[in-house]
Design a protein around this ligand. Structure first.
Ligand code: 5AD
Ligand code: SF4
Length: 477
């Protein structure tokens, strides 16, 4: 989902909330309603889906009552994310009793996992399309119309939707996601993503840069480059570094980021997610070189203990991870760092848990997303290990981790009180219409009285006070 909180320190974290996609395409008749659950990638995919169906004459709506087709873009990362979607599908099934013509479909990660049961056994949906099958949606919708089974969950080795210009959720918006790669080849033992999203593949850099230019021309002032592991972005190169098409240029992530940074000094560039095993100094050096590349890195650690990291198949040790943190602090000294932590992974002892807490003390993260381990079918961990940490122990460890992070987030914000920071105005604050909110380069949300300022502009804001989640300030000339 679109991250709205700066420091969401709850078990559900980024995954699980719904976001709607809306466009204002001329209405040729049928109405589409899309709800997205899960990560930013899903949110971005819904914009691609809206684009594909807009070309077919659909217009999007925020009112499900007037929808001809309802699509739910789903997430499988933890069991509770799936449960939430199932409850929603049950709601729609009831609604269909009153609106029998309405087509209900699922997209995204649950599609691949649960196609058979959702479509045939539980009869909760009419249509199922996996993450690489969105171009096929018009045909699938036709299949539903003619009473056929509408399912396509084929994963592709090369689909990147490179040529599709996404329909942006927030017309007149300030910040947009740009997908630069899809899938994942890492095989972390806890993770369902390689099974639901398939093999890793990178998108043509020219189409990425063009999309960023178009966004800037449309008034956007921030792009977040998205991939499951952005550090392994590569164009015209195999994973071993061999050139695929001789004579054509190769592009790695550092080079791609530089190209995007050069679109305009007034376009802020962010990226997510980095992998500690692949994050190289050249990426940090590009960050240090361009003022418009934000000083913020999300570097999921998962655990502070080397043995647990081994069981997780993360391919780095605690020491390696801490070396990457030192590199960030050395090359981009003001950089904020956030992380993901999983607590109660298979076989995690009390000592191993203490190592996560001590690593948090060493790094002092600015933000963190923290989760209880949730066993996922088909994963390496499900096949190899027992999910043996009792629920009450997982809960207690999670609370300890959250409490520590709250303290660190508060301290990080307290250090910023008194600073004058450059803020990109995103829109009205959630709580008070007389106030704007926007982010600083470190990705902290800052709230301040509106004055004469406008959305989408940069302002100098003096930070006057804070909580663990938000900075409060006032505009200075
Ligand atoms: N259980 C709990 N958390 C998980 N994550 C991924 N898979 C699982 C799982 N099975 C977390 C990781 C990842 C984030 C997106 O979700 O911390 O970085
Ligand atoms: Fe959820 Fe992962 Fe799929 Fe995103 S890629 S929707 S986080 S399972």
């Amino acid at each position: 989902m679109l991250e709205t909180g700066v420091n969401k320190v709850i078990d559900e974290g980024r995954q699980g909330e719904a976001t709607l996609v809306e466009s204002t395409n001329s209405d040729k008749g049928k109405k589409l309603y899309i709800e997205s659950y899960g990560c930013q990638m899903n949110f971005s995919d819904s914009e691609v889906v809206a684009s594909i169906l807009t070309k077919e004459g659909y217009s999007t709506t925020r009112n499900v009552d007037e929808a001809d087709i309802v699509l739910i873009n789903t997430c499988s990362i933890r069991d509770n994310a799936e449960q939430r979607v199932r409850n929603r599908l049950t709601d729609f099934k009831k609604r269909k009793e009153e609106q029998p013509e309405m087509v209900v479909g699922i997209l995204g990660c649950m599609a691949e996992r649960l196609k058979k049961s959702l479509l045939e056994e539980e009869k909760l949906v009419d249509l199922v399309a996996g993450p690489d099958a969105y171009r096929d949606l018009p045909n699938l919708i036709e299949d539903v119309g003619s009473g056929q089974k509408a399912v396509n969950v084929l994963l592709s080795r090369d689909e990147t939707y490179a040529d599709i210009s996404p329909v942006r959720m927030d017309k007149g918006g300030v910040s947009a996601f740009v997908t630069i790669m899809r899938g994942c080849d890492n095989m972390c033992s806890f993770c369902v993503v390689p099974f639901t999203r398939g093999r890793e593949r990178s998108r043509d850099p020219e189409t990425i840069v063009q999309e960023c230019k178009d966004l800037f021309d449309a008034g956007y002032r921030e792009v977040t480059l998205l991939g499951q592991n952005v550090d392994s972005y590569r164009w015209n190169m195999t994973s071993k570094g061999e050139i695929t098409e001789p004579g054509k240029p190769t592009v790695n992530f550092a080079q791609l980021m530089e190209k995007v940074a050069l679109v305009s000094p007034d376009l802020r560039v962010r990226f997510s997610t980095s992998h500690p095993k692949d994050m190289t100094d050249d990426v940090l050096e590009v960050m240090a070189k361009y003022e418009n590349i934000c000083e913020y890195i999300h570097l999921p650690v998962q655990s502070g203990n080397t043995e647990v990291l081994g069981r997780m198949n993360r391919a780095y040790s605690r020491e390696w991870y801490l070396d990457r943190i030192s590199a960030i602090n050395r090359i981009v000294p003001n950089c904020a760092i956030s992380t993901d932590v999983i607590t109660g992974f298979c076989g995690e002892t009390e000592e191993e848990h203490q190592d996560t807490l001590s690593l948090m003390d060493e790094v002092k993260y600015d933000f963190a997303y923290m989760f209880k381990y949730s066993e996922r079918p088909k994963t390496l961990a499900e096949r190899r290990f027992e999910d043996d940490v009792p629920e009450d122990v997982k809960t207690r460890r999670l609370t300890e981790i959250i409490d520590k992070q709250m303290q660190h987030s508060l301290e990080s914000h307290q250090k910023q009180v008194g600073e004058v920071q450059k803020i990109l105005v995103e829109g009205p604050s959630k709580r008070n219409d007389a106030e704007w909110c926007g982010r600083n380069t470190r990705n902290s949300m800052v709230v301040f009285p509106k004055g004469n300022a406008e959305k989408g502009t940069y302002l100098n804001v003096k930070i006057t006070s804070c909580t663990a989640a938000t900075l409060l300030g006032e505009i200075v000339e």
